[in-house]
Design a protein around this ligand. Structure first.
Ligand SMILES: NC(=O)c1ccc[n+]([C@@H]2O[C@H](COP(=O)([O-])OP(=O)(O)OC[C@H]3O[C@@H](n4cnc5c(N)ncnc54)[C@H](OP(=O)(O)O)[C@@H]3O)[C@@H](O)[C@H]2O)c1
Length: 345
């Protein structure tokens, strides 16, 4: 079988590194080119010694590939993506640069005027479970943020079924790798270890992405969302708990919890990377895997839906989902190269 040639732009960030790990082991593609800024000219396995089995050298410019992943910081990614598309290369962009439909949102949330607004229209939001068909034929896929992936997968069945009656509270806890590899005081061991804090209470950058996609799920709605992320002392993982009032009919039904669980089981029945679980999942249950675990229940005292989801921010929250999207774009079985179970403990 002919293998597809793929590449990674910025292989030395955490998501680029995780992409390399998945793609080197992928049976349907060959990773033929990777780029990096300060590490250009070095062998990949010298810079990242866990990547055994490759003789790739990190380049300054991406070679000739069929599909590329851009794992650049936001704002820097858009011109790179434009350049790749101009070369006829299909792209999965892991940055936020093509996730928002409306270019006017970028100055407000990201502090820059979008340099390639004409590309926003053709970018497909890469939450695989919700946009599978469009992803398969896309030239440009905007891979979702790690927090939005966990929150949207947790809420999608209830929103789509019209079970919600009001605003959403989304409370997320992320491991430190979510902040990336660049040096930052808040990620220093002595400051992050044995500490938990909330941040971005005035509005995290992932909020407009969550609102945009909730609206897509139910176009007649105007979702009011309070999203509060927290940094917790673990390397990987995101645990999200969503709270939202349910319509009385389900909230007060004697078998409400069972009915709710069945709605979630039906919604995700054919999804290889979503598991609706009977007890609250632990972030560690997804460590290193492409799974998202979801536990829906009802707080019967208040009539609220409570949904807990968890995933590995670098796998289903980034590189794993990007490979899942690549599989669709290349016509490969969606699970190829992503079957590994989580690492435990
Ligand atoms: N971390 C996550 O959990 C996660 C999840 C989903 C999406 N994302 C998104 O994925 C993208 C990559 O995130 P990440 O966490 O992998 O990043 P990261 O670990 O913070 O990336 C740091 C790397 O980026 C390089 N870099 C920084 N500025 C650059 C520039 N202007 N030009 C070229 N290289 C530059 C640095 O290379 P040098 O060594 O040359 O300085 C460094 O190797 C971001 O847009 C992020 O928002 C991240």
């Amino acid at each position: 079988m002919k293998k597809h040639r793929v590449g990674i732009v910025n292989v030395t960030g955490y998501t680029g590194i995780e992409l390399a790990r998945l793609l080197i082991q992928h049976p349907g593609v060959v990773l033929t080119s990777v780029t990096g800024r300060s590490a250009a000219g070095n062998r990949l396995d010298a810079v990242l010694p866990h990547l055994i089995g490759t003789d790739l050298v990190i380049e300054a410019e991406l070679g000739d590939v069929e599909l590329a992943f851009s794992a650049m910081p936001h704002r820097e990614s858009a011109p790179e993506v434009r350049h790749l598309l101009d070369r006829g290369i299909r792209v999965v962009d892991l940055s936020a640069d093509f996730r928002l439909r409306d270019a006017a949102q970028y100055p407000a949330w990201y502090g820059f005027n979008h340099p390639e607004p004409q590309l926003l229209e053709q970018a497909v939001y890469g939450l695989t479970e919700l946009h599978r068909d469009e992803i398969a034929s896309a030239r440009l896929v905007a891979n979702p943020g790690c927090y939005p992936t966990g929150a949207l997968l947790a809420l999608a069945p209830a929103v789509k079924q019209g079970l919600i009656n009001g605003h959403f509270i989304i409370d997320s806890k992320s491991g430190v790798s979510g902040a990336g590899r660049s040096l930052d005081l808040k990620a220093h061991y002595a400051e992050a270890n044995e500490d938990v804090t909330a941040y971005a209470l005035d509005g995290h950058r992932h909020l407009p992405e969550i609102v945009q996609e909730l609206k897509q799920l139910r176009p007649q709605s105007s979702p009011a969302v309070t999203f509060v992320p927290h940094l917790v002392p673990m390397t990987r993982g995101i645990l999200t708990t969503c709270y939202t009032p349910l319509h009385d009919e389900l909230a007060s039904s004697p078998r409400g919890k069972e009915k709710l669980r069945q709605i979630y089981l039906d919604f995700y029945k054919d999804e290889p990377f979503i598991k609706v679980v009977a007890t609250p999942p632990h972030s560690k249950h997804t460590l290193g895997s492409n799974m998202c675990l979801i536990h829906p229940t009802i707080d019967t005292r208040t009539g609220r839906l409570v949904v807990v989801s968890c995933l590995d921010n670098l796998v289903k929250g980034a590189a794993g989902q990007a490979v899942q999207n690549m599989n669709l774009m290349l016509g490969l079985p969606e699970t190829t190269g992503l079957e590994a179970l989580a690492v435990w403990p």
